[in-house]
Design a protein around this ligand. Structure first.
Ligand code: AMP
Ligand code: MG
Length: 411
């Protein structure tokens, strides 16, 4: 039976949720590597991060001013003799006793014998004596970021699976992590198939088109932290496909193909993958765009995603299935899936889940909503400009009123 036999492929039409689950069930787990901290930006953390020290590690002044003892204030002292300056980065100095103070700078350790900061704006200085402004009452302990008040040494600061952004980078640095364990990206090959495709920089005929899918997917991967993926182009030629997909499969951990998975005469991809021994998990999902999507796994546990070639289908399938599956297999925490209300009503008759491109905008109440931006066809990738992602409108319904809430998938 050929891979283009409609009776065979019809049997594999499944729902979007089932497709996502089948992919998750079949994905392998990827390992981790240790890298210098600077290389961890945008990556997935794979170790638990424990606080090296208390944070803050000392009672820290949070205002420029004078450090005094609250007992002096309680006793009615309002004029303090200067004992010197306590700057940030200096070990704690000592206050010489009742009625004395030190000038203190933001970020400095509180001098021994002091526990309260009076801001510089609230004092008058003459002859080495600081006098509190008339009527000013200081609260004991004010303007101090107390030792260990944010967390104590030994606390868990970050869990494995966290994406490393600016805040996480600051935490890793504070925890003294010169090196950090991050998820290893699998080797991913993005393969465009189609005789009509021409790369940028090459002469092009009227009947040809630029191969944009491979670059779109590579850009998406790169934005998600995958620094190295490879792109390849293959013609609609079964012998060349068999040989070169075989080589690419041997050299990589994940294959993402686009094109050649539908019902056309030259849609050789499912047959070739079968010949290469890749086990079919499903072919065709009840969705638009991207109905002909194919997924399989090889005996050596390498997932193969074969996406339809129409550029909107390719990108939508990649964002809906491929990227989350890879990140999850790398140990990432599940992404937060927001539901957003539609900004306008829209209808969709086919008995399919509709991945509708949307642009985010503030609703009347300022709360984000999703403005439908349907493309002309699944080939109209220009229609994606200015969109932020897509919403998944369920199969069960065909009329989606304004305010209808749907899962949002950001690009
Ligand atoms: P296919 O899935 O091979 O039937 O391709 C469907 C449509 O997508 C055709 O019009 C192709 O020209 C187009 N297409 C396929 N691959 C690419 C690609 N890499 N970049 C842009 N368009 C593509
Ligand atoms: Mg094709």
């Amino acid at each position: 039976m050929s891979s283009n036999d409609p009776t065979r492929v019809e049997a594999f039409r499944i729902d979007v949720e089932e497709a996502g689950q089948l992919i998750a069930d079949n994905m392998p787990q990827y390992g981790s590597i240790s890298v210098p901290l600077a290389e961890a930006t945008g990556q997935i953390l794979r170790q638990k991060i424990i606080a090296e020290r208390d944070q803050p590690p000392f009672d820290r002044a949070t205002m420029d001013g004078i450090a005094v003892a609250a007992t002096d204030l309680a006793g009615g002292t309002r004029a303090f003799k200067f004992d010197g300056i306590q700057a940030a980065g200096q070990p704690a100095k000592a206050c010489n006793g009742p009625g004395h103070c030190l000038e203190v700078m933001t970020g400095a350790v509180m001098p021994t014998g002091t526990d309260t900061v009076v801001p510089v704006e609230r004092i008058n200085v003459a002859d080495d004596v600081a006098t509190l402004e008339n009527g000013y009452e200081a609260t004991p302990g004010q303007f101090i970021h107390g030792c260990a008040s944010d967390h104590a040494q030994g606390d868990v600061l970050l869990e494995p699976g966290t994406h490393i952004d600016g805040a996480e980078m600051a935490i890793l640095t504070a925890a003294g992590q010169a090196n950090v364990e991050i998820a290893r990206w699998p080797k991913i090959a993005i393969i465009s198939t189609g005789d009509e495709l021409v790369d940028v920089g090459e002469a092009i005929e009227d009947y040809q088109i630029r191969s944009s899918n491979d670059r779109a997917l590579q850009a998406s991967l790169e934005r998600h932290g995958c620094k190295q993926s490879m792109r390849a182009w293959l013609p609609d030629d079964p012998d060349k496909l068999l040989q070169q997909v075989g080589t690419l499969h041997a050299d990589n951990d994940v294959l993402v193909l686009s094109g050649g998975v539908s019902m056309g005469k030259y849609d050789y991809v499912p047959g070739i993958l079968k010949e290469l021994g890749v086990k079919l998990i499903f072919h065709k999902i009840l969705q638009r765009p991207g109905l002909p999507m194919w997924f399989g796994i090889s005996a050596d546990n390498k997932p193969v995603f074969a996406l339809p070639g129409n550029p909107v289908s390719t990108l939508v399938c990649f964002v809906r299935y491929v990227l989350p599956a890879i990140e999850s297999a790398m140990g990432a925490m599940p992404p937060v899936r927001l539901q957003l209300p539609l900004a306008d009503a829209i209808d969709f008759e086919p008995d399919l889940c509709w991945f509708l491109p949307v642009a985010l905008k503030p609703g009347d109440d300022g709360i984000p909503c999703a403005e439908p931006r349907p493309t002309n066809t699944s080939g109209d990738f220009i229609g994606l400009r200015g969109t932020d992602g897509f919403v998944a409108l369920p199969r069960a319904e065909s009329h989606f009123p304004e305010g209808f809430r749907a899962d949002f998938y950001p690009w």
